[in-house]
Each structure stands twice: as structure tokens, then as C-alpha cells.
Design a protein around this ligand. Structure first.
Ligand code: XCC
Ligand code: SF4
Length: 631
């Protein structure tokens, strides 16, 4: 049968967006577009990173007439300090999320709300961390593993345990350069200390601390978050699901989960499947309960339950604007405070659940592991009760959606590769087939596309252009976060999208039975990408900087993204950015982040706001790595 697949264009997405703006106008609601206008032009000092308010002699702003702050700090010192502080915030966010999950693991029990779903992974990790496993109860092991994980945050000596997973070359390099990450909290505190008034003004020293601290995220907090989440909720497997606003349903009770921490959303998803509650929804005139995800929470539940994804970061207001959402439940990170006022224009209940993300105007239901499932059921019941309050005159759900195959952690990638190499026993469990395809040139390389969307550029457009161009050039994409959701919306996670690929990648997709963009999860799961690149490098027998694999964040916006970009660079992979970091007011900082880090880690940023130029340089970068490898 001929494929009926058609990718969704940016224009189609923008048409849906425009139609929902009409709803916003009709209910007198403001959206981020209105606020972008009100904030334009942005403060130039902030934009360039040369405003300092680290002490009350300031704020000091650097101009040609006033090249130093009152204490004497220059543009380079100020921009570097601001930059390092954003890495500190990003590292803290991912890592504190991981710490929460560790506490959930610590509370797990056979008859409690949270259980161990992946015992094999738990045992593997216990063994890696030196926790005794023989003859022990699985929950005793789990609690000990949680304790070791929690110690990674504050241990007085030693380095992050997961750094031992890196290639030998990387570990040596980190040690030689003095950027081996110590306890996670220690690295953040050191960064905050260094940037306090009267401490470091040497931009290079600050950038080095940024690299070190970011490693405590990528090879610490984030990796812990991923591992423990897999242990608790299961290592993701391949699911076919759908994405974009069309996943909201007219005649169902729509519950949206949004944020990052799966401990909350897992319970809500389970509650939405509860037979009694589904019956209750039917008794209220709905056909059932439709739970959908937003942002990284969507990625988490899509990969573990096939839950459909309503969209990425800048789509959060659109979801409410459909008028068809009974309840929006959020946990942590990337939640617009604007949702509080926006939901008030509709019948939508806006539930916050974490002491980390308190938002005025929301209903706050603090979530506790001991009572989690009951709380989730109570919330879903309240959502059902709210169904009758939906105002049909305000409802408009765009029909746009795409089929998506999601759930490719490294374990799945390996098992897919094993399926195609079963004749070569020695290749089982390795990345050899990928390496062979890259060597042969069937695949030119791979790009990890990650990060947010951002109104500083045409939202989603940069992602779309870059992804299409890369797959057309036989470059495989692995994606996480809102980038993965953009790929979902565009249809690039549909296996049929192989028609957009070059001949080589198309063949690989057919042979391995994968879409050209592999969904690897949420943003904490960029740790999976680090392990993927490490695995390829190890099987290749080279260091990670040498393989034709790079990172790209075309539309990043958050401080988490700055931390990520730094640990990717520290891991030895170039990072292509479509948004400039806020350090442009310092020539020294611009040099440090693009070239300076190359002398330390072998990688750096390449920055270009034009997606077509950026993708051109990605392809050149990949080809240059190939040439250097002699392939
Ligand atoms: Fe947030 Fe993770 Fe960015 Fe999306 S990609 S806007 S950080 S949800 Ni992480
Ligand atoms: Fe100004 Fe220095 Fe204080 Fe910053 S730390 S506000 S540059 S005096």
C-alpha cells in the first residue's frame, strides 16, 4: 500500500496557532506573543551579559564610558560570572530533580505507591556502585542504592561515580584539566562562591568551573535521574503514539500532565486508567479519560506508557486555549506562571504539586510519595467533575497530529542493532553495525538535537529546517526534550518519514525498522546520549571527540540548556547553537566558549541564528571529523 504520510509543515502549525490566538482574543487572554511584544526590545545589557548585581554597590552596567563596575570587574568578569551562575541554576535543576527521584526510590516498597519495575537495572547499578546484592531483598538493595546516589550530592571526597563510565581518554583528560566533577552540591556551591563579589574575575577560571560543574550534571545528576527513573518506572521501550494538539479529544475528560518529574505524572497516568474512574467519567457524559503530556513529562510518559504528547514548551498556552482541558497538572520546570491567569479564562483547573514550583493562582496539592496514588485519583475525580463546566462555545481543538514511534534508550538501540546482526555473534550488544554504516558512508554521522523552542527565532522553524536537512543528508538524529516533540509534531518520528531521508539513511531506517529521528526521552536523558556516544567511541576504539557525532540546540532557552551544552562540550562533542548565549558583551567570553574550550576538552560551540547556515556548518563539521578519521 502506498504511504499516505505527509509531514506537517511549519505553516500548518502556525495556522493552528493563529486560530488559537483568536480564541485568546475572544476570551481577553494574553499569550506569550503579546508579552514578547511588550518586552521588545530586550535590555541590551542583559542580552550581552554585562549587567552585574552581585552586590549592592551596583547594579553596574558596562559601557564604553564605564568599562568597569564599581569594584573594578570588567565586561569579561561580569559576563563570565553571569554565565557560570546560569550553569549553576541549570545543574541544580536537573540534579535536584534526580535527588527527588532518589528519595522516591528510598520510599519504594512492595506494597507502597512506588515499586521497583526494572530489577535487572537495579542489580546492575548496585553492582556498579558496590552495593551488596547476593541473597538480599530487592527493596533493601534499592534503599542502599538510593543512599549511594544521595551521597553523590554531598560526599566530602572523590568524584562522580558515573564518570567511570566515560572513555579512558575522557577520564584522563578531565583529571589532567582539573575538571573531574566532585559532589554535585559542591560544584554548584563552588560556582556560587567563585561568582560572589570579590572572588574570581578571571573568565577562563570561571569557564573551567562551568565545565566541571556541568559534568556534575551530565555525568552526575542527570545520569542519576535517568537511571533511577528507569529502575522505578521501567526502562523505556518502543511505543507507537501520537503528538500535537489533535490528541486532545472533544468528548473525553482531558487531563494534561506537564513538567519533568515522572513521580507525579506516573501516578496520574495510572489513575486515569483506573476502571472505576473511567466508569465515573462515563457516568458524567464523557466517553472516557484522555491523559496527554506536555514538555518533558510528555516524553517520560510517552516512552513508558505510550501516552500521547500535546506538544512542546511554547505549546503550553495553546493546550489551554483549546478550551477542552479539564485539568492541567504540573510538577517542576518550564511551567509558565502565565498559566494561572490563562486557565482562569476557561474552566480549566490548574494544579501545582511541588514545593519547587509554587505559582500564585494555581491550586496547590503537595504531592507525597506515601499518598501519591490516592492524591492522583482525587485529582482525576475532580477533573471529571469539572467536565460539565466546559463551555462549548470556547472549544476549538485543531485536528493536527502525527503518528510517532518513541522510546529509544541505548538499550533499545542496541537490541534493534542486534536484530540486524544476528549472524555476527561477536557484534551482539555492540554499536558495530552503526560504526560500519558510518565507515561505509551509508550514514554520514549522527546529531543529537535537544532543547527548547524559543520566540527569539521563529518557533519550531529552526528545528524543522535543521532536522529535515540533516536526514536528507544521511545524518541520523537522536532527540530529546522539546526538540523531540517538535520532531513528533512534524511527523519525523513516523517511520514513514524515511521518504524525506537520503538513500543511505533510508536504507538504515528500513533495515533496522526505525524512524530517522530517534526519541531518546526527556532532557535529563541527554545522559543517555552521552552514553550512546561513549559506547560508539569505545567500540570504535577512539576518543569521543573523534567520532562524527555532534550536539545541536537550535532554539534553547533555559539555564538547564546552558548546563547541558557545557557538559556535552566537556564530553568532547561540539555543540551547534541557534541562540547566542548571553555573553556577547565580552569578546573574551565569546572566544572562550567557541575556541577556548577546545583547548581544554577538544570541543566548543558553533553559533548561528540562521538555521540554514547552522545546518551547513553541522554537515561540514561532521564531514571534517570523517576526513580526520580517514573515512
Ligand atoms: Fe523545558 Fe524539558 Fe527546554 Fe523543553 S527542552 S523547554 S528546558 S521542557 Ni528541556
Ligand atoms: Fe558592581 Fe562589582 Fe558589585 Fe557587580 S560585584 S554590582 S560589578 S560592584
Amino acid at each position: 500500500m502506498a504511504s499516505t504520510f505527509k509531514p506537517t509543515t511549519i505553516e500548518e502549525m502556525e495556522t493552528d496557532n493563529a486560530r488559537l490566538r483568536e480564541t485568546a482574543c475572544a476570551v481577553c487572554a494574553e499569550t506569550y506573543e503579546d508579552r514578547v511584544k511588550a518586552q521588545t526590545p530586550h535590555c541590551k545589557f542583559g542580552e550581552e551579559g554585562i549587567c552585574c548585581k552581585n552586590c549592592s554597590m551596583g547594579p553596574c552596567r558596562i559601557t564604553p564610558k564605564a568599562p568597569r563596575g564599581i569594584c573594578g570587574a570588567d565586561a569579561h568578569a561580569i559576563a563570565a560570572r553571569n554565565y557560570v551562575r546560569s550553569i549553576a541554576a541549570g545543574t541544580s535543576s536537573h540534579s535536584d530533580h534526580a535527588r527527588e527521584i532518589l528519595h522516591v526510590l528510598k520510599s519504594s516498597s512492595p506494597d507502597g505507591n512506588y515499586q521497583v519495575r526494572d530489577e535487572v537495572k537495579l542489580i546492575k547499578l548496585a553492582t556498579e556502585w558496590g552495593v551488596k546484592t547476593e541473597g538480599r531483598d530487592i527493596y533493601d538493595i534499592a534503599h542502599d542504592v538510593a543512599d549511594v546516589g544521595l551521597l553523590e550530592f554531598g560526599k566530602p571526597d572523590g568524584f562522580q561515580l558515573f564518570t567511570r563510565r566515560a572513555t579512558e581518554e575522557r577520564q584522563k583528560l578531565w583529571e589532567k584539566e582539573g575538571i573531574q566533577p566532585r559532589a554535585i552540591d559542591r560544584e554548584v556551591v563552588t560556582a556560587m562562591h567563585m561568582t560572589h563579589m570579590g572572588n574570581s574575575s578571571d573568565a577562563e577560571a570561571l569557564v573551567r568551573q562551568g565545565l566541571r560543574m556541568s559534568l556534575a550534571n551530565g555525568w552526575g545528576g542527570s545520569m542519576i535521574g535517568t537511571e533511577i527513573t528507569d529502575i522505578l518506572f521501567g526502562t523505556p521501550t518502543v511505543w507507537t503514539t501520537e503528538g500535537n494538539l489533535g490528541v486532545l479529544e472533544e468528548d473525553y475528560v482531558n487531563v494534561v500532565v506537564h513538567g519533568h518529574d515522572p513521580a507525579f505524572s506516573e501516578m496520574l497516568v495510572t489513575a486515569c486508567e483506573d476502571r472505576e474512574l473511567v466508569e465515573y467519567a462515563r457516568s458524567k457524559g464523557a466517553k472516557g479519560i484522555n491523559v496527554v503530556g506536555l514538555c518533558c513529562t510528555a516524553n517520560e510518559v510517552a516512552m513508558r506508557h505510550g501516552v500521547r504528547m500535546a506538544g512542546n514548551f511554547l505549546q503550553q498556552e495553546n493546550v489551554v486555549l483549546t478550551g477542552a482541558v479539564e485539568m492541567m497538572c504540573v510538577d517542576i520546570q518550564c511551567i509558565f506562571p502565565a498559566l494561572a491567569t490563562l486557565t482562569q479564562c476557561f474552566h480549566t483547573k490548574f494544579i501545582t504539586s511541588s514545593p519547587i514550583a509554587r505559582i500564585p493562582g494555581s491550586e496547590y496539592v503537595e504531592f507525597h510519595p506515601e499518598t501519591a496514588f490516592q492524591q492522583a485519583k482525587d485529582l482525576v475525580r475532580a477533573a471529571i467533575d469539572n467536565y460539565q463546566n466546559r463551555d462549548q462555545s470556547k472549544v476549538y481543538i485543531p485536528s493536527t497530529k502525527q503518528t510517532a514511534t518513541v522510546g529509544y534508550p541505548t538499550e533499545q538501540i542496541i537490541s534493534h542493532l542486534d536484530n540486524v546482526t544476528n549472524s555476527h555473534i561477536e557484534e551482539l550488544g555492540t554499536y558495530k553495525p552503526v560504526i560500519d554504516a558510518i565507515r561505509a558512508g551509508v550514514l554520514r554521522g549522527a546529531v543529537a538535537i535537544v532543547g527548547c523552542n524559543n520566540p527569539r527565532v521563529r518557533p519550531d522553524y529552526s528545528h524543522m529546517e535543521i532536522m529535515k536537512e540533516l536526514i536528507a543528508n544521511d545524518i541520523l538524529i537522536v532527540a530529546t526534550g522539546c526538540a523531540a516533540q517538535m520532531a513528533t509534531k512534524a511527523g519525523l518520528l513516523n517511520k514513514e518519514s524515511k521518504i524525506l531521508c537520503g538513500d543511505g539513511l533510508k536504507r538504515v531506517c528500513e533495515l533496522v525498522d526505525i524512524p530517522p529521528v530517534l526519541h531518546m526521552g526527556a532532557c535529563v536523558d541527554i545522559s543517555r546520549m552521552m552514553l550512546l556516544a561513549t559506547g560508539i567511541a569505545k567500540d570504535w576504539g577512539v576518543d569521543i571527540t573523534e567520532i562524527p557525532v555532534v550536539g545541536c540546540a537550535p532554539e534553547w532557552m533555559s539555564e538547564k540548556a546552558v548546563s547541558i551544552a557545557n557538559y556535552v562540550v566537556s564530553t568532547g562533542l561540539d555543540v551547534y547553537l541557534g541562540i547566542e548565549p548571553q555573553v556577547t558583551g565580552s569578546s573574551q567570553m565569546m572566544e572562550l566558549i567557541t575556541e577556548g574550550t577546545r583547548k581544554i576538552t577538544g570541543a566548543g560551540y558553533i553559533i548561528n541564528k540562521d538555521p540554514h547556515e547552522l545546518v551547513k556548518s553541522i554537515i561540514e563539521g561532521i564531514e571534517a571529523k570523517r576526513t580526520a578519521l580517514g573515512i
